[in-house]
Design a binder for this molecule. Structure first.
Ligand SMILES: *Cc1c(COP(=O)(O)O)cnc(C)c1O
Length: 375
């Protein structure tokens, strides 16, 4: 195989159990948006449920429908909606939906009437993130509209929720301010007569570091896949997490070249002397960041090498120095890090990004191979 992303589903299950230990009184929603951060939404959702996740979360409705198509039957929340829904399909398929404003609630109520069912709705407050969610000034109106929809039988408010801006920086003053704003939003909702099943605010970093944010449900994403949300929060190992994805390739070519030889587009690297070059058949077409040119780490023949010269669409070169290797030898770009290989965090540092982006971008051209599918 040219290259593969091996996904260890036992690691996903262990991570979910570990995260449940961090939030023992809350339910756990495993977030599987963006194809499970590149790991495969359906197998990861299944593994998460096996380990006790009672909810699954997606961003887009299409992601939620794909899980239903694959046989997922448990509670499932989808939060990123635009006018037009498709609300009716979501309601028919037992998907909890989210409303950040009255426009959404109006569409949800109309769709519920059309289906003859009661929509399950999570009202989202903007407690300070300044992205999705309803501003405090508009919240009483959204809550009142939701209460009216409940009275009519068109909707049931199953959740009230929000999302952190700075939870990956423990102790950041925005975290406490957001929690205070959330308590206010909850009081307004309760005084209006809403009685949500689940109140939820915590992403991975808050699940790991901020127990006062756990409420009834936590929503970890990146940590389910074994990655730390940020170096400030800890390393994966210090948090008890195990990275689930290992990205590797077979060397496509190994050759001797003389000193003074330019390597890859633009000749940004010239061999300092006679050396051995290895060709790794992965590039930005596979989702590797071109920004890691000259810096991305890779384990070849027992040592860390770096992307030598520019990383191209389909391939990059590593200077193996005097070491010998053969076509077909395994090059490990990242994995859990306990077999001497780099981690997604190392790639993130080399490319000036976060590990979330490294794993999520690995493109469909790289086959996913699942280990430990069965419990
Ligand atoms: C992505 C996302 C999460 C999970 O965040 P992580 O930092 O990956 O744990 C939780 N909630 C919402 C609304 C999200 O968009």
């Amino acid at each position: 195989m040219r290259a593969r992303a091996e996904i260890d589903l036992a690691a996903v299950r262990d991570n979910v159990r570990t995260l449940r230990g961090y939030a023992p009184r809350a339910e756990l929603m495993a977030v599987v948006k963006a194809d499970g951060y590149g790991h495969g939404a359906q197998p990861c959702a299944r593994a998460a449920r096996q380990a006790g996740a009672t909810w699954i979360g997606t961003a887009t409705p299409q992601e939620a429908f794909a899980l239903r198509d694959a046989g997922d039957r448990g509670r499932l929340l989808c939060w990123l909606w635009t006018p037009g829904g498709p609300w009716q399909e979501a309601i028919r398929r037992d998907i909890d939906v989210s409303a950040s404003g009255t426009w959404a609630l109006t569409e949800i109520v109309a769709a519920a009437r059309a289906t003859g069912r009661t929509a399950r709705v999570h009202l989202k407050a903007d407690t300070g993130l300044g992205r999705g969610g309803c501003q405090p000034a508009d919240w009483p109106r959204l809550v009142a509209a939701a209460r009216a929809a409940e009275a009519e039988g068109a909707a049931r408010v199953t959740g009230v929720w929000s999302h952190f801006a700075c939870a990956d920086e423990p102790g950041h003053p925005a975290n406490a301010a957001q929690l205070a704003a959330f308590h206010t939003a909850l009081s307004v909702a309760e005084r209006a007569g809403l009685d949500p099943e689940v109140r939820h605010h915590a992403n991975s970093p808050a699940t790991l570091t901020l127990p006062s944010s756990h409420f009834d449900l936590v929503r970890p994403g990146v940590s389910v896949y074994g990655l730390s949300p940020s170096p400030e929060v800890g390393t994966a190992a210090s948090l008890g997490l195990r990275p689930a994805m290992t990205l590797s390739a077979s060397l496509a070519l190994v050759k001797r070249v003389p000193g003074g030889h330019g390597v890859s587009y633009g000749h940004t690297y010239t061999t300092p002397g006679e050396t051995t070059l290895g060709l790794v058949p992965l590039g930005y077409g596979d989702g590797l960041p071109r920004h890691a040119s000259g810096g991305g780490p890779v384990l070849v023949a027992g040592e860390w090498r770096t992307v030598t010269g520019r990383l191209a669409m389909d391939q990059f070169v590593v200077d193996l120095g005097g070491d010998s290797a053969s076509a077909g030898d395994r090059a490990v770009l990242f994995g859990p890090g306990d077999q001497g290989e780099p981690t997604a965090e190392d790639w993130a540092r080399a490319a000036g990004t976060i590990s979330y982006e490294i794993v999520t971008r690995i493109s469909p051209r790289v086959p996913r191979v699942y280990a430990n599918q069965d419990v």
